[in-house]
Each structure stands twice: as structure tokens, then as C-alpha cells.
Write a protein that binds this ligand. Structure first.
Ligand code: FE2
Ligand code: FE2
Length: 382
């Protein structure tokens, strides 16, 4: 496949998937969705000028464009997942495809599966299924165990926990971080947030003492995404903020578990070791191709305080990235809110009081206010 064709196919998919993500937020007529569908249509039209017909085949999370496998990326995986959840395995596009047809498809893919309905199989878009569709039921990603509470975000989190555990396991064995898997975890979260937001902050389970850093990473990821989305952050930056949160404590995997889980106070030697996890994490992430720069920076900066105290020590003109400062808040909240080897879990009111006290000194005052607003306006009490 020519590089220009490949790029055009990837662009067509990227615009379409972004339109679906936006359709979870806005009405189908929203100009943003029309604009994205029109951009996708133009790409399809360019691809169709030679032979008038093309096909996208979904195979276990990958997309084959006219039987040529596209490189696995955030948007191709998303499209495959969106389609496969609705038992669509092939989409055929013919010359003359209209923006409205892509808008109908976008609406269909963004609608909860449990709402039923058929794909808009008419005109210049055709869909084929290789299996018989299941009866309508709760929307649940394939392969994810039932959560029991019917909350799709919970299911996504369970799935994310398994994937993250595998990735971190590899990291312990000195393998580079697999950014592909991490991106999937984050985009699943973002997608679930867009579609169903009962209360982001009540979904964190209490953490058992012997659980690993990945559980904390997932909690901090959820909290970071909640903060960032409430600030209106979208797209690639939102994604990178989520990935950075997942990886912020990855340097802790170099620290012996008995120190990490020590019930009492750390001695001087243990504390010195513990304080190395930000630099250790950043160094290791630098060696992992594809990891966003923001994740490296956040791993390094997340224990630096707003007044530049904390660790590692930095010069007094240091400017801490907003993502690191969000992560600091999420990190503190999760540490206080959940059960630790050395402390009992605290109720949300107590956590809020702690953050309030730190605001303007150890944590960014406006970000703290944003976070406290989210806490106060959660819909359910844990
Ligand atoms: Fe940390
Ligand atoms: Fe942390």
C-alpha cells in the first residue's frame, strides 16, 4: 500500500472515531460532528477515486483496509472495538458516500448497544457480520468479566486492571512499557466517561494492602481524567494525561515490596530509596519508545509540591507541568482515601479537608478548587 493511501485510510478512521467520541457529548446535528464526518468523507472519497469500492475488515481489534492490515493504533483499535461490539465485522464503502450517511453511522456507534437498532445499512455504506448478534443486554466490552453492578465504567476498570497488570509485569522484568495496551486502557476510560458518568469519584474500590501499584495507577488515572475533563481538556492531551497518571508511580516497581508495604515508618535508608522512585520511573520511561513526554515529566514531577518542596529537589525557578500538579492531587486523594499498610481509609469529607488545607501551598489552588468541586458534586456517596 502506498504511504499516501495508508495515511488517508488512517485519517478517514481517525475522523470517524473522533466523531463517535463527540457524539457521546453532543447532539447528532452538532457542527463538530458534521465537520468530522465531512473530513472522514473527503478521505474516503479520495481513497475511492480509483476503484469505487473499499472495505474495512475488523479482526480481533485490528482493521484490514482492502485486506491490508493497518498499523495498530489508537483509532484503528477503537473503530474495531466499536464495530465488533455491535457484531459488525466488515464495512464496505462505495463511491458517492455522503456526510449524512457517516453521521448516521456515528450516531449508531455512539448509542448504547442496549438501546438496540440496526446499523444504517443503506446507500453507500454496507455492513456484514460474521456471527449472529446476541440479544440486547448490558453494554459490556468483550472478554470483560461482569461487574455485577451493571456499571460499564466498572467493567472497563476491571478490564484495564488486568491489562495494566500484564504491562507492569513486563516492566518488572525490564521490558519496555507497551504503550499500545496503555492507550487502550485510557481510551476505554475516556469513552466510558463520555457515555455514562454516574459518579467518577465513587468508583474507586478500597485497596487491599497487598495490591500493587497498578491499582493505584488506575485510580489516579480516573481522577486525573475527571479533573481534566471538567477543565474542558480533550483529545490527545486528555489521553496523555491519562497515560501519565497510569505510569506516574512506575518507578516504585524498582523498590522492594517489603518497603512499599511496610506497616510502620520507613527508616532513613528506606526513605532515601523510596524518594528515588520519581527519577527511577522517568529514566525507565525514557527507554520505552512511544511513551508520551508528558508521562516521563509527570513521573519525575509528581512529588514536587506547588511551593517546590517535596522531591526530587529542583531549582527555585522550576515550572511544574499542569498534568504533574493534577497527578499530585489525585495521588494524595487516592493515598488518603484508600486503605494503606500504614493507615486506615479516610472518608471523602476528611480527604477534602486535607486537600483544602494544602491548597495554595503544597497543591495548585485552582486545581484543588476544581477537584473539590468534583468531590462535592459527586452523585453518590461511597
Ligand atoms: Fe509516587
Ligand atoms: Fe502515587
Amino acid at each position: 500500500m502506498k504511504p499516501s493511501t495508508l495515511a488517508e485510510a488512517q485519517n478517514a478512521i481517525r475522523h470517524l472515531v473522533t466523531a463517535v467520541a463527540n457524539a457521546g457529548l453532543y447532539s447528532p446535528e452538532h457542527p463538530q460532528i458534521s465537520r468530522l464526518c465531512e473530513a472522514s468523507r473527503r478521505c474516503f472519497e479520495n481513497l475511492l477515486c480509483d476503484k469505487g469500492i473499499l472495505s474495512l475488515l475488523m479482526v480481533e481489534g485490528d482493521v484490514l483496509f482492502d485486506d491490508f492490515p493497518l498499523p495498530s493504533g489508537l483509532h484503528t483499535r477503537k473503530l474495531a472495538r466499536l464495530m465488533e461490539r455491535r457484531h459488525i465485522h466488515r464495512m464496505v464503502v462505495t463511491a458517492g458516500v455522503q456526510t449524512e450517511e457517516l453521521q448516521d453511522l456515528t450516531t449508531y456507534l455512539a448509542t448504547r448497544k442496549s438501546a438496540g437498532g440496526n446499523p444504517p445499512d443503506h446507500g453507500h455504506l454496507r455492513f456484514e457480520s460474521l456471527t449472529a448478534p446476541c440479544p440486547p443486554g448490558p453494554d459490556k466490552p468483550s472478554g470483560v468479566p461482569a461487574s455485577g453492578d451493571g456499571n460499564p465504567l466498572h467493567s472497563v476498570k476491571v478490564s484495564g486492571q488486568h491489562r495494566l497488570a500484564e504491562i507492569f509485569e513486563g516492566f518488572v522484568h525490564k521490558q519496555p512499557v507497551r504503550i499500545t495496551g496503555l492507550s487502550e486502557v485510557v481510551s476505554d476510560f475516556i469513552h466510558a466517561f463520555h457515555r455514562e458518568i454516574p459518579s467518577l469519584l465513587t468508583l474507586m474500590p478500597l485497596r487491599a494492602m497487598d495490591e500493587y501499584t497498578f491499582t493505584h495507577g488506575l485510580n489516579v488515572c480516573l481522577l486525573n481524567l475527571a479533573q481534566a475533563m471538567h477543565l474542558g481538556i480533550k483529545g490527545e492531551l486528555l489521553h496523555d494525561i491519562g497515560v501519565a497518571a497510569l505510569l506516574h508511580d512506575i518507578g516504585k516497581l524498582s523498590i522492594p515490596v517489603d518497603i512499599l508495604n511496610k506497616p510502620g515508618k520507613l527508616d532513613d535508608r528506606e526513605w532515601e530509596l523510596m524518594k528515588q522512585h520519581p527519577t527511577e520511573g522517568a529514566k525507565r520511561l525514557l527507554d520505552s519508545p512511544g511513551v508520551p513526554q508528558l508521562a516521563i515529566l509527570t513521573a519525575f514531577e509528581h512529588h514536587i509540591r506547588y511551593d517546590l518542596s517535596g522531591y526530587p529537589t529542583v531549582h527555585n525557578q522550576w515550572s511544574q507541568h499542569l498534568c504533574s500538579q493534577m497527578t499530585t492531587i489525585s495521588d494524595i486523594y487516592d493515598a488518603v482515601r484508600t486503605k494503606r499498610p500504614y493507615s486506615a481509609p479516610q472518608p471523602p469529607e476528611k480527604c477534602a479537608a486535607i486537600l483544602q488545607k494544602m491548597a495554595g501551598r503544597e497543591i495548585h489552588p485552582q486545581l484543588a478548587a476544581n477537584f473539590l468541586y468534583l468531590l462535592e458534586n459527586r452523585q453518590d456517596q461511597p
